[in-house]
Design a protein around this ligand. Structure first.
Ligand code: GAL
Length: 428
């Protein structure tokens, strides 16, 4: 085809295509910044994208790679400073209040949707308060993750002669020793700061219990941060770290999850987004893999609630798109399919109370059961490593001290505890 014909063909094709595209543009376009970029997580977020596009809106994908979201947060801050925030962004926990205080979040756009869809009745008060500012919803909660999980490949366990999932730290070390002796990586782990701290918070919970965890990681109580229990937790952390993947430095969590899925490693300590990779690999919970609370944490639940905030945009089409996203996110359909793909559990109370009815698997059913039980017994605590417990500045202090401690062969646990308390004080 000569150049003129090619151009003419392109123009005539373009005049056919835009009908739907133009309709979408006419309805509005929303950019969504998030860090759901692993294979399994992308599959989960693509469900929302498809639903919103079906309603005639344009979804501009603002995915920023990097587990735990630190890179996405940096991008978001520079966009906000430049006066160009996206319409919607994944922001969580106390950080939402800080963003709202800047005046950049929209407290009006979700008002009607929240009223029509009765969000106050659908959501636990703890969840609703996290996403409200001055009494108005500035974000829609998406799902609930638990961070204190241990993921196990039972086939690998069998080959290493281990007959049950470890329920105590001592059983964990014994299993890890057997895995090592049988030539497996005992613990798949990517040595990025947020992953180090995800392991750290599970170990703290195991050693200090939910009450001790709260004092140290949420209340930031000096005595709890430097006391003998924290020193013990740091000592155990160092021992856990001796079993981690020697090739794991700086590795992404999903690539480490793949090592457990592929039978190279026996275990991974990771939040239940890890399940998204097992699901993508078409593995079945309870059969191809086991999910158990991290040893010693069966009566506690470190929660991590994903949410999508809305930024002021001054564009009617974008506002309509933001409302559409919010409506979809809290709908039963989306709650079911997203959490099934993502490994989380729904935020809706009605669904949490009846998980079997919605077809959730064994891991998700156990998670919902524990979430509801632990909410009553004090075992439900916010995850430090996933921005639910502290400001990002304090979280940064935890990350620095914990990662340096893990990587310093000469580090002393009592000294690290003191450093932790000092760094947190400075960050407050
Ligand atoms: C968490 C987030 C999860 C998951 C994970 C790994 O902070 O809440 O949804 O994306 O990071 O990136």
């Amino acid at each position: 085809m000569n150049p003129t014909l090619r151009l003419a063909a392109a123009i005539s094709l373009a005049s056919l295509l835009p009908l739907s595209a133009q309709a979408a543009e006419a309805k509005g376009s929303v950019e969504v910044v998030h860090w759901w970029t692993s294979g399994g997580e992308k599959a989960a977020v693509d469900v929302l994208k498809a639903q919103v596009e079906k309603d005639g809106f344009t979804w501009k994908d603002g995915a920023v790679a990097g587990g735990g979201g630190a890179t996405a947060m940096t991008v978001l801050k520079s966009r906000a400073v430049a006066g160009n925030p996206p319409g919607v962004a994944q922001i969580k926990g106390p950080d939402i209040q800080d963003w709202a205080a800047t005046g950049l979040l929209d407290g009006d756009v979700l008002k009607d949707v929240a009223k029509e869809e009765k969000w106050d009745a659908l959501l636990d008060k703890k969840v609703a308060d996290t996403v409200k500012y001055d009494g108005d919803y500035v974000a829609v909660p998406v799902n609930i993750h638990r961070t204190n999980w241990l993921w196990i490949n039972p086939e690998v366990f069998k080959k290493a002669g281990i007959d049950k999932a470890p329920a105590t730290l001592d059983e964990f070390y014994a299993a890890a020793d057997k895995l090592k002796a049988a030539g497996f990586i005992p613990l798949a782990h990517g040595g990025q700061p947020w992953q180090d701290s995800t392991v750290f918070e599970s170990v703290v919970l195991s050693v200090m219990g939910a009450e001790g965890y709260k004092k140290a990681m949420v209340d930031l109580d000096n005595a709890a941060l430097t006391g003998p229990d924290m020193v013990k937790a740091l000592t155990e952390l160092k021992k856990v770290a001796t079993y981690t993947d020697p090739d794991g430095k700086g590795q992404d969590w999903n690539l480490e999850a793949a090592k457990v899925i592929n039978g190279k490693a026996g275990m991974q300590i990771m939040g239940d987004w890890a399940k998204s990779e097992w699901t993508l690999a078409k593995k079945t919970a309870g059969k191809d893999y086991q999910c158990v609370p991290f040893p010693g944490t069966e009566n506690a639940f470190l929660y991590n609630i994903d949410s999508l905030v809305v930024f002021k945009q001054n564009n009617a089409g974008t506002s309509a798109g933001q409302q559409d996203i919010a409506r979809k996110v809290l709908g039963q359909d989306f709650q079911k399919v997203f959490s099934s793909n993502k490994g989380s559990i729904p935020v809706r109370n009605d669904m949490l109370a009846d998980m079997g009815k919605y077809g959730f698997d064994a891991c998700a059913q156990a998670s919902a059961r524990d979430f509801l039980a632990d909410a009553k017994n004090g075992g439900l605590q916010p995850s430090m490593a996933h921005n639910m417990a502290t400001t990002l500045a304090v979280q940064g202090a935890f990350f620095d001290v914990v990662t340096n401690y893990i990587n310093d062969p000469k580090a002393d646990p009592a000294d690290a505890a003191k450093k932790l308390a000092a760094a947190i004080k400075a960050a407050q």
